[in-house]
Design a binder for this molecule. Structure first.
Ligand code: UDP
Length: 252
């Protein structure tokens, strides 16, 4: 789907943006902060103005993660807990939808679990049609199945919607060799191969998501959405953050 414009700037036609629930709240807090949601919506609106087709998979970790309930002492079954986590993504989706529409964006909220009163059911061909018409599509409820995360959903949707790239928005500048907050010598990679991410156990996305992308050669850009303008830069193909793709030398 992309039209090459040299190595430093590729214009994407369709991108899949993965936003974790953490983007909907102040650092270290839980719940939803509309100050944060509005700030990210403003960046998304500017990105959409560039003409790129934008599908967004949203997480729910600011509200609930299935793993919270996996202790044997919990009376909530593990699968139930994951369904609860998926429902949390719908709450975030509704907040983001209204924030984007208040800025004049056309949006659709599409849910992998049927919830007719608040969202459309996820139908791949329908979502593609919305994207072609310039609507921003927010994808809620992950894959619709328990025991995985919204990272895996992002990889899956990027593939089936034939996005040019999966943009993984994070709170750090990209992928480091080590935790930059603990190790001042940690190196920020500009490019990495999928293989290197797996072999070095780098914490980027969950391993299933990386495996999906690797198998189908879906590039991933890990970048810091908190730097103003970075979402626009990322969708315009500017080299921010860390690009994960095939055929990059394994770093030593
Ligand atoms: N989840 C799931 N299946 C999916 C996507 C998500 O069961 O396809 C559940 C899982 O329990 C997960 C929770 O929903 O912890 C919230 O998603 P996630 O943790 O990926 O949110 P994020 O960390 O991106 O905010």
């Amino acid at each position: 789907m992309s039209t090459g414009q040299g190595t430093s700037l590729r214009r994407y036609q369709r991108v899949l943006l993965k936003l974790s629930g953490g983007a909907f709240v102040h650092a270290g807090e839980r719940g939803i902060s509309m100050v944060e949601v509005d700030a990210i919506a403003r960046q998304i609106e500017r990105a959409a103005q560039s003409g790129v087709q934008l599908a967004i998979v949203i997480g729910g970790g600011n509200i609930l993660r299935g793993a919270q309930f996996t202790a044997a002492s919990s009376s909530v079954q593990e699968a139930t807990a994951h369904y609860m986590g998926m429902l949390a993504t719908v709450i975030n989706g509704l907040a983001l939808q209204d924030a984007l529409e208040s800025l004049g964006c056309q949006t659709r909220l599409s849910s992998a679990i049927r919830m007719d009163g608040v969202a459309e059911p996820y139908i791949r061909r329908r979502v593609r049609r919305h994207l072609e018409k310039g609507r921003i599509v927010i994808l809620a409820c992950g894959t619709g199945s328990p025991f995985v995360t919204t990272d895996t959903a992002a990889a899956q949707r990027a593939l089936e919607l034939e996005a040019d790239i999966l943009l993984k928005a994070t709170r750090v500048d990209g992928v480091y060799s080590d935790d930059p907050e603990k190790n001042p010598h940690a190196v920020l990679y500009s490019e990495l191969s999928y293989q290197a991410v797996r072999e070095q156990n780098l914490r980027v996305m969950d391993p299933t998501a990386i495996a999906h992308c690797m198998e189908h050669d879906m590039p991933i850009l890990v970048f810091n959405y908190r730097r103003e303008g970075n979402i626009v830069r990322a969708v315009q193909g500017e080299r921010v953050g860390t690009l994960i793709c095939s055929q990059v030398p394994v770093p030593r």
